[in-house]
Structures are given as C-alpha cells and as structure tokens.
Design a protein. Structure first.
Length: 145
C-alpha cells in the first residue's frame, strides 16, 4: 500500500513546545479542520486481474489501478479496468498500465518503472523461480519481484 496515503497532518508542528509560533495552531490560531470520519470508497473492479478469464474482451487485458488522494482529506481509490493489452513482460520498461502484457502490471521499483507479473498475495503465487510475490499499491494484488 501507499503507507501514509490519505493521512492528514498539520505541517509545521515539528515537535516543538506547545505555544510556539510553529505549533499546529500557529501564531494566528488557525487549526486544520478535522477530516470527516468516512469509510474508504469501495473498489471499482471492472474485471479480475488475477483470473484466467478476466472478463475483458479479446485483445484487452485487465489492469489494476490506484488513484492517490488529491487533498488532505481524500482517500486512496483503487480498482481495475479493461484496456488494450500491451506487450511488456517481466522487467520491461513501461510508462503506463497498458504498456504491459496481460497478467503484468506497471510499477515503480527502486531501479525504474517496469512491468512485473501480477500474483495473488495468498496461496500459490505462480511467480517465476527466484521471484517473490510482494504487495503493490492496489489492495489484494501482488507483483513478482
């Protein structure tokens, strides 16, 4: 997951003593309003990226996606969508979801942005020998690293 995605906080508190001009209230007394206590939005699964039959049309592949929060109180949204199938296999450079072949997802790694084989986080992963199924930013989906 994205760790702290969607977590609001007030900038500038810096752990200083209460009452300093840099505390959460600031010199003008402004305090960030609290975020509404809303449940996360449900995922929008158009297709099943891990199924043998994803539910997409011929020539398309099922790609998971994540939409990161746009503001302090927004929450991460995720799901899957059918798009034209790309060609990139394990380790291929990619710039977007549909650069990768069916069964692969485009992820940012410590080295570069590349296609990795999708895998279920539980049970038999199907990852190639020597690779391990690790979570990606879309809940419930893993990638072979």
């Amino acid at each position: 997951g994205a760790g702290t995605a969607g977590q609001g906080g007030s900038a500038g508190s810096g752990g200083r003593d209460a009452g300093s001009p840099w505390d959460a209230g600031g010199a003008d007394g402004y305090v960030d309003p609290p975020c509404p206590d809303a449940p996360p939005p449900p995922p929008d699964w158009e297709c099943d990226p891990l199924a043998a039959s994803t539910g997409c049309r011929a020539g398309e592949a099922c790609y998971p996606y994540v939409i990161y929060p746009g503001s302090r109180c927004d929450q991460e949204r995720y799901g899957s969508v059918c798009r034209r199938a790309g060609r990139g296999g394990q380790g291929a450079d990619c710039y977007g979801g549909d650069d990768c072949a069916a069964g692969f997802v485009c992820v940012v790694t410590g080295q570069r942005t590349q296609c990795v084989q999708m895998c279920p986080l539980r049970g038999e992963t199907g990852c190639p020998r020597g690779l391990v199924c690790e979570p990606v930013d879309v809940e419930g989906i893993g990638g072979c690293f």
